[in-house]
Design a protein around this ligand. Structure first.
Ligand SMILES: C[S@@+](CC[C@H](N)C(=O)[O-])C[C@H]1O[C@@H](n2cnc3c(N)ncnc32)[C@H](O)[C@@H]1O
Length: 322
């Protein structure tokens, strides 16, 4: 009993009150939780109003654990196809709570944790795609270094990539990789740092294995066409690379031309925002929430609301034109 309670506490949905305030669920409306996990947020949305809630997750284990909601196995980058298959041209709300869930992180067999011995897998969806070990073997040293630098923001990426490629034939488990990194990172640096020296490399590999930034970008591109007027989109991200994508996209959707309206219409620039921000700045967790759930420390929530304005294909701001 005690143990179950402790597990439930650890899996408490992050920024729950803030998510509900941002989405403001209404009776009769349709909400899609694109990162269902154990369904904490989704159930709270369903409890807040007599609405329809559908949960999507790429991890079959997550779907198997949530039996009381309508669920779909899929990835958020395929949201257009998923909603088409459900015959839902438009919905009233999206929630994304990105990254891995505690059950994924806690299961050594999934290979996400550098503190638990397991295979170097890291796939959120074990039914598809290369594992972290396969990715390491398929990537040359220079590209591996770039990947660790860009996705892990790891300054020692070249040294780490060199050591990984030199040892790849003997590299099998998460602990093999963690031990290898701790041999490469100077001891003085390890002592200075608040985080384990393998954290950034594991993050980089996980993001790459799961194509996380590409998934998010594809989802964000589709949002304005899939939200009904008044519909809302709320995204919780856990690292700056994701948060930057969300912030930029929401800013672009709120952009309007500074040209006089007649001229703007002539050149196809928007005179009305496609989405208005609900959160001016990223919403972060309170000290009280962080004390009970350390994962909440790096959470950033941003939300926007679809207006009735058309999503002009040529009406995008100059920053997002190619
Ligand atoms: C942080 S957990 C969500 C927790 C959930 N909000 C709750 O209250 O239990 C993230 C979940 O999203 C899933 N996920 C992450 N990226 C995804 C993607 N691109 N497509 C679909 N599911 C994804 C993961 O498999 C994981 O189960």
């Amino acid at each position: 009993m005690l143990e179950t309670g402790a597990v439930e506490l650890r899996h408490a949905p992050v920024l729950l009150a803030e998510v509900l305030a941002a989405l403001d669920p209404q009776p009769g409306k349709i909400y899609i939780d694109c990162t269902l996990g154990r369904g904490g947020h989704a159930r709270a949305i369903a409890a807040a109003a007599a609405c329809r809630v559908i949960g999507i997750d790429r991890d079959p284990a997550a779907l198997a654990a949530v039996r009381d909601l309508q669920t779909v196995h899929g990835q958020l980058g395929d949201i257009i196809e998923i909603l088409a298959a459900l015959s839902l041209p438009r919905v009233d709300g999206f929630l994304l709570d990105l990254g891995v869930s505690s059950p994924q992180l806690d299961d050594p067999a999934r290979g996400f944790s550098f503190q638990r011995e397991g295979p170097l897998d890291m796939r959120m969806d074990p039914t598809r795609g290369p594992t972290a070990l396969e990715l390491i073997r398929e990537t040359d040293e220079a590209n591996l270094a770039d990947l660790i630098f860009e996705l892990g923001e790891e300054r020692l990426s070249r040294k780490i990539a060199h050591a990984i490629k030199a040892a790849e034939a003997t590299l099998v488990t998460t602990l093999d990789l963690a031990a290898l990194i701790s041999r490469v990172v100077p001891f003085a640096e390890q002592r200075k740092s608040k985080i384990h020296c393998a954290t950034r490399t594991f993050q980089a590999l996980r993001i790459a294995v799961n194509g996380e930034l590409d998934q998010l970008a594809r989802f964000l591109a589709a949002v304005p066409d899939l939200l009904a007027p008044g519909g809302r989109c709320a995204v919780i991200s856990f690292h700056s690379l994701e948060d930057r994508l969300v912030k930029q996209r929401f800013r672009d959707l709120a952009w309007t031309s500074s040209l006089p309206p007649a001229l703007a219409a002539q050149v196809g620039e928007r005179t009305e925002a496609v989405c208005e921000p609900i959160t001016r700045k990223a919403v972060v967790a309170s000290e009280a929430e962080i004390a009970g759930n350390p994962r909440a420390r790096s959470a950033r929530l941003r939300a926007c609301e679809r207006t009735a304005a058309p999503n002009l294909p040529s009406g995008a701001p100059p920053s997002s034109r190619h």
